[in-house]
Design a protein around this ligand. Structure first.
Ligand code: IPD
Ligand code: CA
Ligand code: CA
Ligand code: CA
Length: 266
């Protein structure tokens, strides 16, 4: 490290290294998934295994070893408050359902908040050999290539990601899909909301909407989208709200108005 490197840079370097290490560990579990015991949480579609828990433990250990004063929120083991002003918000495996079903659409998602701002977003997709990385004011990159969004793309000439879970009524989801199709759009759901947000940052999808997600699902993707030149709806992270769910909406610059309309924000 040089003296020019800031607290943010040091955490950014660590976040990328952890995403690689945690991704390799998750990939090892993925390659022997037939031996995993699959447990359920809220409902039978909401699955989890030892892979999710062990990967989160690894990430926590790595963060604590270098930044013991940082806060930490992970999907599997909850929130530990810190004293430094930085909080790591981690989904060890986003896309557990595809993961246990043998599909490659899953990722390790690591965000860092400074105060209430997501200032680092790193998403590793080991099955695709892809590492998405962004930090505030430093741009977004995919495997080192700078991501810049095309303002001519909108819901009518590109695909939109839609996510659903049992927090949201089927009728509400059906209505969202109907309205998107009526607006001339089309939708994708790959089972990993975090990865679909990374795809928005990469210009593969023009937007993403899921009516109820958690901070660990979206903050890394939000940082990536913003740094690539896109827009996202603010996610409430103040105090107790950090651990609660909220709507997640993101778009490239040409699709913001479309996504705001779809999400009932405009
Ligand atoms: C889920 C995935 C899914 C989304 C759900 C999330 P998990 O996260 O991102 O795509 O629709 O709302 O809970 O449980 O696989 O980490
Ligand atoms: Ca989960
Ligand atoms: Ca998730
Ligand atoms: Ca997860």
């Amino acid at each position: 490290m040089t003296s020019q490197e800031t607290d943010l840079d040091r955490r950014f370097v660590l976040a990328k290294a952890i995403a690689q290490e945690a991704g390799a560990m998750a990939l090892d579990y993925f390659n022997r998934r037939d031996s995993l015991v699959i447990e359920t949480k809220r409902d039978p579609q909401d699955v989890v295994s030892i892979a999710d828990r062990t990967v989160e433990k690894l990430i926590r250990e790595r963060v604590e070893a270098t930044f013991a004063g940082d806060g930490f929120l992970g999907e599997e083991f909850g929130h530990t408050a810190g004293s430094s002003g930085y909080t790591w918000v981690v989904d060890p495996i986003d896309g557990t359902a595809p993961f246990v079903s043998g599909m490659p659409n899953w990722c390790v998602s690591i965000a860092v908040l400074h105060g209430n701002e997501p200032v680092i977003g790193v998403i590793g997709a080991p099955c695709h050999n892809e590492l998405y990385a962004a930090a505030a004011g430093r741009g977004a990159k995919l495997n080192g290539r700078v991501l810049t969004l095309d303002p001519t793309r909108n819901v009518r000439n590109a695909m939109t990601g839609i996510g659903a879970n049992s927090h949201v009524a089927p009728e509400v989801m059906a209505d969202i899909i109907i309205r998107l199709l009526q607006a001339g759009g089309t939708f994708i759901r790959n089972g990993s909301g975090a990865l679909m947000l990374a795809y928005v940052a990469a210009g593969r999808l023009v937007g993403y909407y899921e009516p109820y997600m958690h901070a660990w699902d979206c903050l890394a993707g939000y940082c990536l989208v913003k740094e690539a030149g896109g827009w996202h709806h603010p996610f409430p992270v103040e105090g107790e709200r950090l651990t609660r769910g909220a709507p997640v909406v993101a778009a490239g610059p040409g699709a913001r108005a479309d996504l705001e309309r779809l999400a009932g924000l405009a």
